[in-house]
Design a protein around this ligand. Structure first.
Ligand code: UDP
Ligand code: MG
Length: 323
């Protein structure tokens, strides 16, 4: 039997553009793919407008279209995970419903997959279509992400992706709740290829990711991907402690033992503040240590697997899907 390609689309309150997106953009492209069976998994993320009706009608008219209706709005990351979970494809492609990620590139994703890539990631080429704040924000986001130890995410990576079945199976095993799909998939490893594309304009409606939501998403991804923010404060504490310790020693020797030969006459207030600074340093250090314990607990509670195996490259593992 021919291999199956799944296209997963999270949809939330897109009634104004979704019909056109499906009928004019997505369906023609997917139908034109030859050599594979195809399915389109539309995930309605608890839309409060007529989006679901449009999706249901689309499913009535096209056999390849499936609709998953979530019981309420769970957010894009959860909607994506739901779609990926229900997709049966040997390759699963995720794409936004607003036309910003051009469906006509889907054949290119498939081509890279056929050539051996296990993950194909769409990377946005430039940011001209976005406001200055978003542009800077997104640059800063990836800079920080990198700084904080996530070396696997390429700047400008989007959720326009193709994921091989093997990777999908591993992804589905992850159980953490605060999830950034991109970060998680990158964390899994595997052969990754990139497709650079121009992030288009929204076909209709407004982006539902407000600045505040994006900000929270960024914070979430830092916290869920790394412990560096906590450790940085520990280092600051170390610097403060050393500095005030040296200064304190200087005061004791210069003023109290040698009898102030330099004539500084530092009074009690100065001495006290040096001492307090020293204590602040100690507090910062001990906080960072506590934070490290918490981060270990956090890592355990995420329950991520210790390692991920590439079944296709391994040999004689006695597993069924060992090709
Ligand atoms: N989306 C969703 N649930 C939400 C918010 C958004 O499923 O709570 C969908 C939305 O319909 C779109 C995609 O996620 O298909 C990206 O959303 P949006 O265009 O608002 O974000 P951006 O383009 O800024 O990434
Ligand atoms: Mg969008």
């Amino acid at each position: 039997m021919k291999e199956l390609i799944s296209v997963v689309v999270p949809v939330y309150n897109e009634e104004r553009g979704i019909f056109e997106f499906l009928e004019k953009n997505l369906l023609p492209v997917v139908k034109s793919i030859n050599g594979y069976r195809k399915e389109i998994v539309l995930v309605d993320d608890g839309s409060s407008d007529n989006t679901l009706k449009v999706l249901q009608k689309c499913a009535r008219d096209n056999k390849m279209v499936k609709v998953i209706a979530l019981s309420r709005n769970f957010g894009k990351e959860a909607a994506l995970s739901a779609g990926i979970f229900y997709a049966k494809g040997d390759a699963v492609i995720t794409i936004d419903a607003d036309g910003q990620q051009p469906p006509k590139l889907i054949p290119e994703f498939i081509k890279k997959w056929e050539e051996g890539a296990e993950i194909v990631t769409g990377v946005r080429k430039h940011y001209t279509k976005h406001g200055l704040v978003q542009k800077l924000g997104s640059k800063l986001f990836y800079k920080l992400l990198r700084l904080m130890g996530n070396k696997t995410t390429v700047a400008g990576s989007t959720d326009y992706r193709l994921i091989d079945r093997m990777v999908v199976d591993e992804f589905n095993k992850l159980s953490e709740h605060n999830r950034i799909t991109r970060g998680l998939i990158d964390w899994l490893g595997f052969n990754q290829e990139y497709i650079y594309y121009i992030y288009g304009k929204r076909m209709a409606g407004k982006p539902s990711y407000s600045f505040k939501k994006l900000f929270n998403l960024a914070i979430d991804s830092f916290i869920s991907m790394s412990t560096t923010p906590l450790v940085i404060f520990g280092y600051i504490g170390v610097v403060i402690t050393i500095f005030s310790f040296v200064l304190g020693m200087f005061i004791i020797i210069q003023q109290h033992i040698l009898g102030d030969p330099m004539g500084l006459k530092w009074n009690g207030a100065v001495q006290l503040s040096v001492f307090v600074t020293f204590l602040v340093g100690l507090v910062l250090i001990s906080q960072a240590i506590t934070a490290l314990y918490i981060s270990h607990i956090h890592a355990e509670s995420q329950g991520r697997p210790l390692f991920i195996i590439n079944k296709r490259k391994s040999r004689n593992l006695n597993e069924k899907n060992n090709k």
